[in-house]
Design a protein around this ligand. Structure first.
Ligand code: AMP
Ligand code: MN
Ligand code: ZN
Length: 891
């Protein structure tokens, strides 16, 4: 921007305020500036005065020509212009852009020169964005990276992808490329990705090597697939019944399926005694297989089951997917290397559980923390008897704990980690990526041997240290995958990391953008970083652009979805601008105020599950209930789900911004610092101007409005009046329904007892997988049976359901909002998105708000450039179709 302004100035004539443009782009802070802030302040001031000065210059066409007839003026113009062009050209060169702005011969017109400047601006701003991302601690790996040698067709290579001249940095090995041409693997998935804002439920339905059988919830498809709308009772009651039934399974649903087996895992004596390291075979002499068919996978599983150990690694892609995709699995035995195309075999991978959960087989990983979660998330795979060489490296206190280091240290192999961040979705996999991937596991068993020996040596032949590594490894295999859950608090967590003091409007914008981004990312199955990188979100929030164009200007390069929905975004920014302007002490202190309020019926399906919410609830922040503080419950580092499920029942979080909150928590004040007290008093002195619009159920103000002033403002400005009436009507309705529901509770408890009984019976009947596998080996096999039944059921059922959903009037009724906690089931979305028209039901549909907007702003057309195939598959929960054309592997 700065340089394009200078450019304008240059074109219109002389000016001498360009001297700071150099500083602007200089990565090194000039002396005399305390810090970056001081520098930026100075820079902005200078740019501002430059702009002012240029605007004051005689305009082309009038006085300018006159002035220019004076040789002195002309000369001055010439020299100043040259100076300016020189400066610009230097900046461009510095950034590796085309820079012959000054060369009058090479460029014919002003236009071309202007394009050059615009291009350079883009490149520079793109860089700035990346650096800001880095500074923000955003993982750069989110950008797709491909190996230098790999050239996919028609790749857009920006000039900044070229090696930085003379920078000599190691990063020149990396090439950041737009992975535009990689087909979305998600489109081929048999079981569609579940991005709903609901907790993750294990994907397991058969449990090999079980000591404790798999709970009926997982084995009984009936229970798993049952949804409230399948019950032939009014919606509110159906929800209630369903909630009750689900409650029974909650513990099972969120437990680690192999908890028991892992708890009872004993490390065998042999594994605690000193091994003779078995040298790896040279890679060139090692048989390599690329596994991308079910037959090969089954054969591999057979082979693995006969091993006493094998090494495993995964490659992962996270940029063009909301949850991430495990894209490759590498397995090495002492004799062979395998690479499994896990994008192709995603729904079949679970058969490896037989080897992966066999306690007699050691699985060696390096740094398995993520792998364990990815295995669960994508394949329902678990690991029993893990050895993590990263943990061993720590125990040995090696200089570094990376795999490269271990490879160097134990095998004198120089690994080429630059492929680590490659776009692992690429198919066919280029040779160099295959090579790289193999290296990740090929040497691992030898390293495992060496490390065990060293761990014993280090500890005077005592197994304590080695045992410790086994234990740590076991802890890792006990990790549970938790889906990112969006809560009303989520944006604050991120905002706090930005360390920027936002005022109320900026904070509101940040919150709305955050919600928009999350919603869209889930819907389109893209990472949030792809939808709208955090630094751009910051910039938009900071600047609160008045025009849609201003939003575009905050983003460089403009993310496709931002471009597409710029009108929606603009509405959000406008909405934020309507907030009363206050300096917001980020609600940090408010966080403390987590107060136990009431026990939610099924906390797991908290208010943020908007699956059953009506359209009005799909405002970015439903003004309905207090948020359950779910963020920590389901966050990555939280694994004690069971305990927390209970805790969370009582945890409700209050609002963050309390502009119109009536002074009800006086006692809070005692612990507030002076400044905050002051602020609080000022805030309290505000009379809520919208009080008259609020439903009078509460003594002071509506509890809805109280907790989210911004949404209140929004509603008032848009449709509050209408809604509050609607709301009251709904409340009335809901009350009625609750009454009905209560009357039928007796029926429910009967139902429950039945389910309990059937559950207990089914427990008795559950065979261990060994048994199941044995049975399957006998002929036909349980799997096939299962498939047969699935297929048999699946064909008539959906059509029946479709009809039902189309016919049943209760489905289109707005669901009651207050009396029940909306809940959701990751698999429950079949008919809603399977082409049925009952879009307005049950499932969290982040799209809905967007549709609202698009209706209003007639922005529909913009959506049209979503190719159907490009659309997210997220909610097509579809048939799991684990369909086998094959038997369960024979043993
Ligand atoms: P690795 O275990 O080193 O093969 O890494 C497995 C996957 O983790 C890679 O495919 C990447 O998706 C991801 N990954 C590894 N290292 C990084 C990193 N430094 N930053 C971000 N992602 C990484
Ligand atoms: Mn790994
Ligand atoms: Zn790897």
């Amino acid at each position: 921007m700065a340089s394009s302004k200078s450019k304008d100035a240059a074109n219109s004539g002389p000016q001498d305020t360009n001297s700071d443009t150099n500083d602007e782009e200089n990565p090194e802070l000039s002396p005399g500036f305390r810090d970056a802030d001081a520098f930026v302040k100075y820079g902005l001031g200078a740019v501002l005065s430059a702009t002012k000065a240029s605007a004051g210059l005689p305009q082309v066409g009038d006085e300018y020509d006159f002035y220019r007839s004076f040789p002195g003026f002309q000369e001055f113009c010439e020299s100043q212009g040259d100076k300016l062009l020189h400066g610009m050209s230097q900046i461009m060169q510095h950034h590796g852009c085309r820079s012959h702005v000054r060369d009058r011969n090479k460029l014919t017109g002003l236009e071309e020169r202007f394009d050059l400047v615009v291009d350079s601006n883009d490149i520079i701003l793109e860089r700035v964005g990346i650096l800001l991302d880095e500074a923000d601690g955003v993982n750069r790996s989110q950008q797709p990276v491909m190996p230098a040698g790999f050239q996919p067709p028609q790749i857009v290579v920006s000039s900044w992808n070229r090696k930085g001249s003379g920078s000599g940095s190691r990063s020149e090995m990396f090439r950041l490329l737009h992975a535009k041409n990689v087909a979305r693997p998600q489109l081929k998935f048999k079981e569609k990705v579940d991005n709903t804002n609901t907790p993750f439920i294990p994907k397991i339905f058969i449990k090999p090597n079980a000591i404790k059988p798999l709970p009926s919830y997982f084995t009984n498809k009936q229970i798993r697939k049952e949804r409230p709308e399948d019950l032939d009772v009014p919606a509110a009651l159906a929800d209630f019944i369903h909630q009750q039934r689900t409650q029974e399974h909650v513990e099972d649903m969120f437990a680690h399926p192999y908890q028991y087996e892992l708890d009872h895992l004993k490390v065998s004596e042999i594994l605690l005694s000193k091994p003779e390291p078995q040298m790896y075979k040279p890679m060139a002499e090692t048989k390599f297989s690329y596994v991308d068919t079910l037959e090969d996978l089954v054969a591999l599983n057979e082979k693995l089951c006969k091993m006493s150990e094998f090494a495993v690694d995964l490659e992962h892609h996270s940029y063009r997917s909301f949850l991430g995709l495990t894209s490759l699995m590498q397995i090495s035995t002492r004799e062979e290397d395998f690479i499994i195309d896990t994008l192709e075999l995603r729904s079949e991978m679970y058969i490896l559980n037989e080897a992966f959960t066999d306690p007699a087989i050691v699985k060696v990983f390096h740094g398995a923390d993520s792998d364990i979660e990815w295995l669960q998330r994508d394949f329902g795979l678990y690991v029993v008897n893990l050895f993590d060489t990263h943990q061993a490296s720590r125990a040995l206190n090696l200089a570094r704990h990376s795999l490269d280091h271990l490879l160097k240290h134990f095998c004198s192999v120089d690994s080429d980690k630059r492929y680590q961040l490659a776009d692992w979705r690429i198919r066919p996999l280029p040779d160099e990526m295959v090579q790289y991937a193999r290296t990740d596991t090929h040497y691992l068993l030898y390293i495992y041997d060496c490390m065990r020996a060293q761990l014993l040596d280090l500890n005077h032949k005592q197994p304590g240290l080695l045992q410790c590594v086994w234990n740590k490894s076991k802890d890792i295999s006990l990790k549970k995958y938790a889906k990112p859950i969006y809560t009303e608090e989520s944006y604050l967590e991120l905002q706090r990391k930005q360390k920027k003091a936002f005022n109320t409007q900026q904070l509101a914008a940040f919150r709305l953008l955050f919600a928009w981004r999350d919603k869209l990312a889930r819907q389109e199955d893209e990472s949030t970083g792809y939808v709208l990188p955090t630094h751009m979100m910051n910039k938009i929030s900071e600047e609160l652009p008045k025009e849609p164009q201003g939003i575009i200007a905050c983003c460089n390069p403009v993310p496709p979805l931002v471009r597409q929905q710029v009108n929606e975004l603009h509405l959000l920014v406008q909405q934020a601008r309507e907030m009363p302007l206050l300096k917001a002490e980020i609600a940090a202190q408010k966080k403390k105020g987590l107060t136990p309020i009431k026990k939610a019926e099924v906390a797991l399906f908290g208010p943020h599950d908007t699956s059953r919410a009506s359209e009005s609830d799909l405002l970015p922040f439903p003004p309905s209930e207090l948020p359950v503080k779910q963020g920590t419950l389901f966050s990555d580092n939280e694994h004690k789900m069971d305990a927390d499920v209970q805790k969370i029942n009582g945890l409700m979080a209050p609002a963050k911004i309390t502009l119109f909150e009536e002074a009800e928590k006086q006692n809070d004040q005692e612990c507030l610092p002076v400044a905050q007290m002051k602020a609080k008093r000022i805030i309290e002195s505000f009379e809520n101007p919208f009080r008259m619009y609020l439903p009078s159920s509460d003594v002071h103000i509506s509890k809805n409005a109280k907790f989210d002033p911004s949404s209140k403002i929004f509603e008032i400005s848009k449709r509050w009046k209408l809604q509050s009436i609607e709301q009251q009507q709904k409340e009335l309705e809901t009350k009625k329904k609750t009454k009905e529901a209560k009357e039928q509770i007796k029926k429910v408890s009967e139902e429950r007892n039945k389910t309990k009984q059937s559950y207990q019976e089914s427990l008795k009947n559950v065979a261990t997988v060994r048994q199941q596998a044995a049975e399957s080996a006998k002929g036909g096999g349980k799997k096939r049976e299962r498939v047969a039944s699935e297929v048999g059921e699946s064909t008539p059922k959906p059509s029946k359901k479709l009809m039902k959903s189309a016919e049943t009037p209760q489905k289109t009724e707005p669901p009651p909002q207050d009396t029940f906690k909306p809940f959701d089931y990751s698999q429950s979305d079949l008919k809603v998105f399977a082409g049925a028209k009952s879009k307005d039901n049950t499932q969290f549909d982040p799209n809905r708000q967007a549709h609202d907007f698009s209706k209003k702003k007639s922005a529909r057309g913009q959506k049209s450039n979503f190719a159907a195939g490009n659309r997210s598959m997220s909610y097509l929960a579809g048939k799991s179709d684990r369909g086998f054309r094959h038997n369960w592997p024979k043993r």
